[in-house]
Write a protein that binds this ligand. Structure first.
Ligand code: PHB
Length: 391
């Protein structure tokens, strides 16, 4: 599925192309169907905006090939193979699900094709299964959730019930939160993992949470599952007696207005909210809104920063798979989320985390920042990073 050929320099500046400009073939590996389809489309929109805005800074041009993972690890592996072996892409960008990242990791590493992770938080990919070819511009599952353990304990919350979909991201997000919450002195009084992409009715799980004796509920859900969960939590009448917390994908600006008033008062944490007060974010929000007529979400910024990282790598002279991989892990810039860098020990991004409450604003629901928690590199979790070599 070949969508477009973007001539970055020509588009952004209107100048004639230099004769020796490199054409970089990019495989965009994203879900365009399934429970995370809206996330895939949003990352693609952010990526296109990033190429448009920063493309003029490099001589390289970008030829984009899109493939749909359908949020299914075996399908995604087939698509990654096709991009690498048949399309012979120089670099891949994308992957939303931690399950998909786990499935394509060995293929990416073995073939020596750089992958800029534009969402999937799989801790292993920047931990024990790290690779010099995998650089993450999004977040890791532990990184987003760990800071909430201490923060919630400090708010006086002592007993928590947790819920998340039963796959790698659900398990790792809850594990990251539970580790710091229990270390602070809190107790996880019960937990459930719901069948991923299959759970329509959260009622039985909410009944368990209600009778657990918890002070609050902490969850990870995203995309279509987040919308159903937040609505059902509210219509069950639980919000007042058992406040709802979680990782911030739960109330992402991408779909919070589909959740409506049910999302009001929910407190979560994330690496980006569109209300961050900085000139770089204001410029990004304005440009994204002008293009799409909606506020950008964390998924948009991940695509945008992935494009910028790719452009930075080509500016540093990288053209082939190994040199791109090497340059990508050295990028650092100030983006809409603040100052970003890549931890050389794991290739994971280092960034602040924002605790925010979803509140009613003038133009719909918005994100009120309650706390900015400092950027901390993830523990290396068994990663032994080697230098990328050409093959
Ligand atoms: C993941 O599977 O890693 C994942 C998916 C959706 C999110 C966040 C993480 O919003």
């Amino acid at each position: 599925m070949k969508r477009s050929i973007l001539t970055a320099l020509g588009l952004a500046t209107g100048l004639a192309m230099p004769a020796a400009a490199e054409d970089i073939k990019v495989g965009l590996l994203l879900p365009f169907s399934g429970v995370y389809a809206s996330l895939g489309n949003e990352i693609e929109a952010g990526f296109a905006l990033g190429l448009e805005q920063f493309g003029g800074e490099t001589d390289a041009t970008f030829d984009i090939v899109n493939e749909d993972t359908e949020v299914k690890p075996p399908v995604a592996l087939g698509k990654a193979k096709k991009l690498i072996l048949q399309d012979k892409v120089d670099v891949m960008v994308g992957v939303v699900s931690s399950g998909v990242l786990g499935a394509v990791r060995d293929m990416v590493h073995g073939a020596g094709v750089p992958l800029i992770v534009a969402n999937a938080g799989n801790d292993g990919a920047t931990g024990e299964s790290c690779s010099p070819f995998i650089t993450r511009m999004s977040f890791s599952n532990g990184q987003v959730n760990r800071p909430m353990g201490q923060w919630m304990y400090d708010q006086g919350i002592r007993k928590i019930y947790t819920l998340a979909p039963d796959y790698a991201a659900g398990r790792q997000m809850i594990e990251g939160f539970a580790a710091t919450f229990t270390a602070a002195g809190g107790e996880i009084v019960g937990q459930d993992f719901t069948p991923f992409q299959k759970t329509q009715d959260f009622g039985p799980y909410l009944t368990q949470a209600k009778s657990s004796g918890a002070d609050a509920v902490y969850v990870f859900y995203a995309g279509g599952e987040a919308i159903s969960f937040v609505k059902q939590y509210d219509s069950f009448g639980l919000k007042a007696e058992l406040p709802l917390y979680g990782s911030g994908f739960l109330t992402s600006p991408l779909y919070v207005n589909a959740e409506g008033p049910a999302a009001e008062g929910v407190i979560t944490a994330l690496h980006y909210v569109p209300t961050i007060d900085s000139p770089a974010n204001a410029a990004f929000v304005e440009a994204f809104k002008a293009k799409t007529d909606r506020m950008p979400s964390e998924f948009a910024v991940q695509g945008y920063d992935a494009a910028r990282a790719l452009i930075e790598a080509t500016k540093a002279g990288a053209t082939d798979r190994a040199s791109l991989a090497n340059a990508l892990r050295q990028v650092s810039f100030e983006g809409p989320r603040g100052q970003l860098s890549i931890d050389p020990a794991t290739n994971n991004i280092v960034q602040p985390i924002y605790v925010y409450e979803t509140v009613a604003g003038e133009g719909g629901l918005t994100q009120k920042v309650l706390a900015q928690l400092p950027a901390e590199a993830d523990p290396v979790n068994g990663c032994e990073m080697a230098a990328p070599v050409s093959n």
